[in-house]
Design a protein around this ligand. Structure first.
Ligand code: ATP
Ligand code: MG
Ligand code: MG
Length: 549
């Protein structure tokens, strides 16, 4: 991957190290385990782990697990797998916000003692009604002036499970008239009975909110730079308020950057969950999804994703990144690394009438035109071959450079052939071409004429049936749901399956995740649905950016 670019956070860290605000930086990546990671998370991972790497610091992986009903251990494991796959190692530094539940509770008691938190008996709706609006100040809760003793007693009994869900909350006592709504006595604790937390089981029926948990978790871990997306900018005063008023061992600072939005897809976990649960895709690792698991199955490399994240940069301006930027990153990577192979998606039989029936030769083709170190592989060549149906035109349009009646074309790495006769079946469809081969054209131009077209082929004697899955963008429009339900914008042709393709014999033993360039078609990877006799290949990306043309 490329040299990381400097950006405003990079510069803040340089200043903080130079001034001695910190000796060593500590960052964290804090996913909530309520879904799989997507390419937007990759931006945050590359930023946090990347800065730690650049400045000789460390980065924690912390599960932000304070919403037990939407979280589970499957997501925890998937997230770890994806971070590791991207190439980052948190070492021993694996944390759960739920590890701090007891400490968070004790800090809440401290706030109560200081007269900075109170138990409020308003319902969720009432809290909302009392909160006011952007233009109107809120009103104080009637429970705001409870004594410290009463608050301590009620808070302990909330923990002990004496009160039902929604009956009481613990709130910070800040300022109901603040222009920042986040400071209007925000809720710190809610009662949630009957949920089994994936880490703490049924030990708690009292759960802290994100805004209360996050700054304290950062401080307990010694995080120096807490990097989050712009929607938390308005929460920063509350973040600082919490750090200011509880006796935490360190003073982290929060900085915000703009989240990644990509055209032609959706990224929020809510939308992704709906896509999976409603069956619009086959699972979290469906290659149509922008999840890391989906991109991996699609054939993306960790290196291409890191390169992409570095190229888009870190700023405070919101916008949508073109899908082409992501596609260019993987195309460049695979162009340099993926071995070349021949695959025939829509086979059309070719019989070489002047090639002896019993003869069979093995031709050697280089694996990569620009990288001799990748070596060669062998393809058998015989009297019966298959070419792609799309490479023959009975009535060719002007400029058609492939095979036509009486015309010639070169078979990649083999000979020049000429189509002499075409055979049609009862329905009028071409079922076979009779061709002649010029055996004096192996590795050299034919005598006295130019042959421009080069096409892929496989020999009937040694070929492997394969399934090809062609992917296109998940949505038809750059901003799904911009005018109405996002479901109406789904691209019904985002997956196209070719059931009866044929590929060259060197692909007999492939491993899931191996990547190839199918010449003239695109970059492909081996899908886990493959069987020993029938590989399945996923299109990663086309050979060039042709979308919309
Ligand atoms: P979503 O909105 O997709 O549900 P989230 O922010 O709720 O995402 P978290 O699991 O809380 O998901 O995210 C973990 C970290 O990744 C957070 O620091 C968050 O800011 C960051 N992150 C999430 N989505 C993006 C994005 N699109 N671009 C950059 N960073 C992101
Ligand atoms: Mg979040
Ligand atoms: Mg979320």
């Amino acid at each position: 991957s490329e040299t990381p670019r400097t950006h405003f956070i990079h510069q803040i860290i340089e200043t903080d190290l130079a001034s001695g605000r910190c000796q060593r930086i500590v960052t964290r990546f804090p996913p909530e385990p309520n879904g799989y990671l997507h390419i937007g998370h990759a931006k945050s991972i590359v930023l946090n782990f990347g800065l730690a790497e650049t400045f000789g610091g460390v980065c924690n992986l912390r599960f932000d697990d304070t919403n037990p009903h939407k979280e589970n251990i499957e997501y925890v494991e998937a997230i770890k797998r994806d971070v590791r796959w991207l190439g980052y190692d948190w070492g021993e530094r694996l944390y759960f916000a739920s590890d701090y539940f007891e400490q968070l509770y004790q800090f809440a008691i401290e706030l109560i003692h200081k007269g900075l938190a109170y138990v409020c008996d308003l319902s969720v709706e009432e809290v909302r009604a009392y909160r006011g609006t952007l233009t109107e100040p809120g009103r104080n809760s009637p429970w705001r002036d409870r004594s410290v003793e009463e608050n301590l007693d009620l808070f302990q009994r909330m923990r002990a499970g004496e009160f039902p869900d929604g009956s009481r909350t613990l709130r910070a006592k800040i300022d109901m008239a603040s222009p920042n709504i986040n400071l209007r006595d925000p809720v710190l604790y809610r009662i949630k009975h009957g949920v089994i937390h994936h880490q703490t089981g049924d030990a708690w029926c009292l759960y802290p909110t994100y805004d209360y948990t996050h700054p304290i978790s950062d401080a307990l871990e010694g995080v120096t730079h807490s990097l989050c997306t712009l929607e938390f900018e308005d929460h920063r005063p509350l973040y600082d308020w919490v750090i200011e008023h509880v006796s935490v061992p360190s003073r982290p600072r929060q900085y915000e950057f703009s989240r990644l939005n990509l055209e032609y897809t959706v990224m929020s976990k809510r939308r992704l969950t709906e896509l999976v649960d409603e069956g619009h895709v086959k699972g979290w690792d469906d290659p149509r999804l922008p999840t890391l698991a989906g991109l991996r199955r699609r054939g993306y490399t960790p290196c291409a994703i890191r390169t992409f994240c570095e190229r888009i940069g870190i700023t405070k301006s919101e916008g949508r990144v073109e899908m082409a930027m992501l596609e260019n990153a993987i195309r460049e990577d695979l162009d340099a690394t993926a071995p070349r192979r021949l695959a025939v998606f829509y086979p059309l039989k070719v019989v070489l009438v002047n090639y002896p029936e019993e003869r069979l030769e093995w031709l050697e083709l280089s694996n990569h035109p620009k990288d001799p170190a990748q070596g060669t592989r062998r393809l058998s060549f015989g009297r019966v071959l298959y070419i792609d149906r799309r490479d023959f035109e009975e009535h060719p349009p002007k400029g058609f450079k492939r095979l036509t009646p009486g015309g010639e074309v070169r078979l990649r790495g083999a000979y020049v052939i000429r189509a002499d006769e075409l055979i049609k079946d009862d329905s009028g469809e071409i079922s076979e071409l009779r061709c002649s081969v010029d055996l004096d054209t192996l590795g050299k131009d034919p005598q006295g004429r130019k042959v421009k077209g080069v096409i892929q082929w496989v020999s009937a004697a040694h070929t492997i049936p394969a399934e090809i899955r062609l992917y296109d963008r998940l949505f038809r429009v750059p901003v799904p749901g911009a005018d109405g339900d996002w479901r109406a914008d789904l691209n019904p042709h985002a997956l196209k399956v070719i059931h009866n393709a044929l590929v060259e014999p060197s692909l007999a033993q492939v491993e899931v995740g191996e990547r190839f360039q199918f010449e003239r078609e695109g970059y492909f990877t081996v899908d886990p649905d493959s069987t020993p006799t029938r590989p399945v290949f996923n299109l990663t990306v086309g050979l060039r950016d042709t979308w919309g043309r």
